[in-house]
Each structure stands twice: as structure tokens, then as C-alpha cells.
Design a protein around this ligand. Sequence first.
Ligand SMILES: Cc1cc2nc3c(=O)[nH]c(=O)nc-3n(C[C@H](O)[C@H](O)[C@H](O)COP(=O)(O)O)c2cc1C
Length: 352
Amino acid sequence: MASNVLGQEQAAFLVRQRIARLATADAAGKPHAVPVCFALARTSIYIALDEKPKNVPVTDLKRVRNIIENPEVALISDRYAEDWDLLAFVMVRGRAELLEPGAEEHAAAIRLLRGKYHQYEAMAIEDNPVIAIRPEKAVSWGDLDRRERFDPPVLDTIHGRRSVRRYLPKEVPDEVVEQVLEAARWAPSPHGRQPWRFAVLTKTQTRERLAGAMGEEWRANLEMDGQGAEVVERRLEGSRRRLLDAPVLVLLCLYLEDLDEYPDAGRQRGETTMAVQSLGAAAQNALLVAYDLGLDAGWMCAPLFCPERVVEALGLDQKLVPHALLTLGYAEGDPPKRRGRLALDELVVYRE
Ligand SMILES: Cc1cc2nc3c(=O)[nH]c(=O)nc-3n(C[C@H](O)[C@H](O)[C@H](O)COP(=O)(O)O)c2cc1C
């Protein structure tokens, strides 16, 4: 939070906003306003200069010229909704300066901006100055906290998602699969190392090979458990059908190579557990975005019990450890039963 000047609610509101408007004025007081992406730090607000067309030096930008002539600026970010009880804004007035490349604060600002907007990773914003606003006064209007008291849209997605085990023979567009993978890519992971890799299986031939390999192992396990021949056949057929009927399968594999190494087994186990937790987060991201995009999905744990077979059947790198299969497609109908959930009272065992 830009210390002292911004109140906690104002800072919490601003830090969640993706866009603001920056107002500057020239020496004669002629106003100018532009939409900007920004990042909030403890004592400053930072704005990158990434303006196109590329042949115009950023120092020719009106906002930059204005700041050089007159450092007094205002930045406003607002929330609009048709329900006017939700309207709110925060406006910060302050003095702006230009941080030049090479300065420590410039590098820190670039890191902050890239952390907030992944699009900046592919842009050479570090070659340009960064605008730093030093806030002097903040004013706000509306109930800044209000949205948090409403059902967030993502909760609708969380409540609506369900495991689907039967699909229509309807093709899933590649772009949709790409978005599902994109969601998985952005999952939290230990040290940000992303200890997972994905295999996308669409060809019937490939899925048959996989179903065959996993089926052999499962048959051996079921027979070892003493299951009758009829039960074994029925279960194997059910699993095979699921693998072949879903239009797309996404295999989630653990990839431990980039994780930290420890001399003791305890901490190493911790690293691996974190990687598995993170694979679960990637899976959930994928399931939620799939549901949001109108797809349905299911989770199959089978690869976890025969990882080597899966690696061999698909010719994958031996360093990958298959953990889960996500089936993706359009549900044939609403799933017959949806498991309920324990009440929060039972799940939250400590509050103080
Ligand atoms: C780690 C994990 C493994 C799972 N494995 C399977 C599986 O092999 N087969 C299956 O039908 N469902 C599997 N599921 C799905 C659960 O059965 C399902 O999430 C649960 O019954 C709750 O239902 P819902 O997803 O519809 O809310 C798995 C879920 C998780 C998290």
C-alpha cells in the first residue's frame, strides 16, 4: 500500500483493479487523460510505457511531456455495475516522476508490473522509463468492500462443476482445450517451478493403446484382489469406454526435475508432496475453466496406479510420472448423482 496516504480499504480496492485512468496536465493546465495498467507498491504507483507505434519515442507521449512540464497528476480507478449500490472509485493525487532504466527502483517496478500483467513478459518495457506516482492524497467514494459480500462469479462455477463420466460424441474445439490448458498453466506451484506436464490425447488409436496398457495392469490387480471374472470384465469395459468415449483426454504428469534437492528424506518428501498438491491445483483450474467454457470434465486416477505402463504406451519421457487423466467433452446428460459436501462446521475444526 502506498503508505499512510491510502487507507487500507482504498489500497485493497486499488490492488485488485486491472485498469485506471491517469490524468496529467501541461504547464498551462490543459488536461489529458489515458487508460493505464498500473501496479501498486508501498509508497508508489507504477505505470509502464509501452506505447505504439514503436517509432514514436515514449518521451514524445503527451502524458510524459506533461509530467516533465508539470508533475501534478491524478489516477482514478472505478467499479461500474448496473446495480448502482456497487459503484465505487478511488482517486489518488500525487506527483509523478520518470524512473530511468538502470535504476534499482525501475527494475523493481518492472518486476511488479510483470507480476501483475503477464502480457508484459513478452514486451521490452524495461527499455523505457517507468512513471512513478508518489501519492499525496487519496479520495474515494462508494462501498469499496462491497463486492466481497456478494457471491463471486467464480463460486457459481465452483458450485456448478461436476464430475461427468459419459459424453456426447461431439468434438471439442482446439481453442477450448487450449484455454483449459492455459488455466492449468497458471496454477500455483512450489517455488513457481510448475512441476507438471500435460499430454493431450485425442486420436482414437492413441487412446486405445493407453486403455489397453492400463487395462492389463488393472486386470492383474483386480484378479489379485480375488474379484470374479464377470466383475473384472465389467469394470474393465466401463473404464475402457470412458477413455474412448470422451473426445479429449488430458494426462497430468508430475515432473520433479526442477524442484529443490535436499540431503534429508523428510524435506525431499515435502517437495514431492508440494508438487502433488500443485498438480491438484492445476487439475482444478482446468476443471473450472472447462466448466466455465461450457464443457464437462471428469477425473480418472487410473494412471497413478500404473505410471510406467502409461509412459511406455505413450512413449513419454521417463522423467514424467503420470498422475491423473482428465476427460473433457460435452455431458450426455446430467450425471445421475452428485455427492454432497460436509457442512463448513464439520470442516473448519479451529477458529480463534
Ligand atoms: C484425486 C482424485 C481422483 C479421482 N479419481 C476418480 C476416478 O478414478 N474415477 C472417477 O469416476 N472419479 C474420480 N474422481 C472424481 C470424484 O469421484 C468426484 O470428484 C467426487 O465424487 C465428487 O463429485 P463431483 O466432482 O461431481 O463434485 C477423482 C477425484 C479426485 C480429486
